[in-house]
Ligand binder design. Structure first.
Ligand code: GAR
Length: 207
């Protein structure tokens, strides 16, 4: 059976990466091979999670690259080096331009901590998203997995899961509940779904 080679892009703690690695270890991602974890921060704890799971890592920073174009070219070079066929953005806090996203149409997915299109777009990331949801007074929030295109958080939606806001929630408490009840569940499922679609497409081409 063909397995799709996947790079997970990270910037920080990497709990979503961990959910993918754990699902893979449990045999729940039969069509996905986690072949690379790529970070845009040298000190991202996600890199340690990858190393502990025996997954190769790479670091590409915008500062070192010097420009957005050079940053994206350096990322692309790593992806090519590892034969990557699909990208998963799991807490990757850098916006990529159309030059990059056009090369990964329907092969790059992202997890976002709200029910898009609510609380999405530039500036909506991490804890800020939950602060916005609480200050707006929503009673239900959640998480979304979507394809990535040139519009931040604007690509076609693959999966969503709703999570209740509880009285007395802080952004941190809400963030944790959204991760536990939505992100860590729907992201590995979406990874397998898209990886399987890509693997089957390859099989069809090879018939
Ligand atoms: C997650 O909540 C993820 O949905 C969010 O950042 C957090 C990363 O946590 N992503 C975004 O806001 C992207 N716009 P993690 O590093 O522990 O997976």
């Amino acid at each position: 059976m063909k397995r799709t080679k996947i790079a997970v892009l990270v910037s920080g703690g990497g709990t979503n990466l961990q959910a993918i690695l754990d699902a893979s270890a449990r045999g729940e991602l039969p069509h996905a091979e986690i072949a690379l974890v790529l970070s845009n921060h040298k000190k991202a704890y996600a890199l340690e999670r990858a190393a502990a799971a025996g997954v190769p890592t790479a670091v590409v920073t915008k500062k070192q690259a010097g420009s957005q174009a050079a940053f994206e070219a350096a990322m692309m070079a790593e992806l090519v080096k590892y034969g990557i066929e699909m990208i998963v953005m799991a807490g990757f806090m850098s916006i990529l331009t159309r030059d990059f996203t056009d090369q990964w149409t329907e092969r790059m997915i992202n997890i976002h901590p709200s029910l898009l299109p609510a609380f999405g777009g530039e500036g909506c990331y991490g804890l800020h998203v939950h602060e916005m949801a609480l200050s707006r007074g929503v009673k239900v929030t959640g998480a979304t997995v979507h394809f990535v295109n040139e519009i931040p958080d604007g690509g076609k939606i693959i999966a969503q899961k709703a999570v209740n806001v509880e009285p007395g929630d802080t952004p941190e408490r809400l963030q944790r509940r959204v991760m536990e009840q939505a992100e860590w569940i729907i992201l590995p499922q979406a990874v397998e779904q898209v990886a399987a679609e890509l693997a089957h497409r390859e099989d069809d081409l090879n018939v």
